[in-house]
Design a binder for this molecule. Structure first.
Ligand SMILES: NC(=O)c1ccc[n+]([C@@H]2O[C@H](COP(=O)([O-])OP(=O)(O)OC[C@H]3O[C@@H](n4cnc5c(N)ncnc54)[C@H](O)[C@@H]3O)[C@@H](O)[C@H]2O)c1
Length: 330
């Protein structure tokens, strides 16, 4: 009897790929058939019995895959998604969906032409208290949003690897770290219409953005300020949504609702949530056509990438105003 499980392969089994391999190997809806990585050592993340390849073409030729998961340097999503299209597989990529808006759109065009679909990772929104926040925000029209996302990524200072090469990553603070926040905002309150952004760059890699300060405006007139850095010691993710006297606070620890300064509700975060498992649960629903599934699909990914694109363009073209120095006085 033919297996009803989704036959899946993973390309990029090291780094973040290992978490995807583990989740897929344990998930009853998937049959992890094969893994591929140019680095042999990275293939050790695959459980016994799963075929191992260093060449994705060979993997696709030997296995009829329903889905391929791409956990790769960002610039490789487009060519690997192209390969998946040729071989009739749907695609799941880690965030971001490509290394720029052009590559994102090229993937969508190729997938549509091949009758295939893609979805994009970003695990944070699967947290239970984030889902509750979404239910609350559906009935709230925020007029002001503040989002802060910081953590410390040590390799930034020594060797950021492919992330330090803009041609491969497309950037870091905004497109890589920032994607998490922009995905959350897109999911929680919809898509903004304009962006203004300022960036700072690593001293050792002057092309690599390490901090971003972004302002977004929504069609409703709401404004958002978003601050992102991966070179700050404290790991924080905090979002505040304000609508008149009401506000909602969301962070790693909890969700809280306020009426003025008065706290009216608090929902603690659940510890050790299987976020990757839940992400793949949603992917299963999405592939089955459920409109309720909230995994980021390729069209929402394009809208997120359009924000990233506008933000990088804004940062590149900003008109600075010099602040006058104190006048010299004798
Ligand atoms: N969701 C998250 O929180 C999160 C966290 C980290 C990374 N990511 C995303 O995951 C992706 C990968 O990031 P990472 O940190 O795991 O990178 P990484 O460099 O640690 O791992 C990439 C893997 O891809 C393999 N690879 C490179 N070129 C290849 C090729 N041509 N064919 C096959 N395999 C190849 C490498 O050998 C390596 O094993 C990125 O898009 C990144 O944005 C997401």
């Amino acid at each position: 009897m033919a297996s009803e499980k989704t036959k899946v392969g993973v390309i990029g089994c090291g780094g973040m790929g290992a978490a995807h391999v583990k989740t897929l190997a344990e998930h009853e809806a998937f049959e992890l058939v094969a893994g591929c990585d140019i680095n042999m050592a990275a293939l050790d993340s695959l459980p016994p019995g799963v075929a191992r390849y260093q060449d994705p073409e060979v993997m696709f030729e030997r296995h009829k895959l329903d889905l391929v998961c791409l956990i790769l340097p960002n610039h490789l999503y487009e060519p690997m998604a192209g390969l998946a299209c040729v071989h009739g597989a749907d695609v799941f990529t880690e965030k971001p969906f490509g290394h720029n808006l052009e590559s994102c759109r090229a993937m969508i065009a190729a997938l549509e032409a091949a009758g295939r679909r893609a979805w994009v990772g970003g695990q944070r929104k699967y947290s239970a208290h984030f889902r509750t926040a979404r239910d609350i925000l559906c009935g709230m029209q925020p007029d002001f949003i503040h989002a802060l996302f910081t953590y410390f990524w040590a390799p930034a200072f020594a060797d950021p690897g492919w992330r330090g090469d803009r041609a491969k990553s497309g950037g870091v603070a905004l497109i890589d770290s920032g994607w998490h926040v922009l995905d959350l905002l897109s999911w929680l309150v919809g898509d903004p219409v304009s962006a203004f952004c300022q960036l700072s760059y690593l001293k050792s890699h002057p092309d690599t953005d390490d901090k971003a300060a972004l302002q977004l405006r929504y069609r409703s007139g709401a404004i958002a300020t978003v601050t992102i850095s991966y070179t700050l010691p404290k790991s924080q993710l905090e979002l505040t949504f304000a609508a008149g006297r009401e506000s909602l606070l969301l962070n790693y620890e909890r969700l809280a609702l306020f009426e003025g300064a008065q706290e009216t509700m608090s929902v603690p975060a659940t510890r050790d949530e299987p976020l990757f498992r839940w992400m793949y649960d949603e992917l299963v629903k999405a592939r089955a056509g459920s409109p309720a599934a909230y995994v980021t699909d390729m069209y929402r990914a394009e809208r997120i990438m359009a924000v990233v694109d506008a933000a990088y363009r804004s940062a590149a073209s900003r008109r600075k105003r010099r602040i006058a120095r104190p006048a010299r006085r004798s």
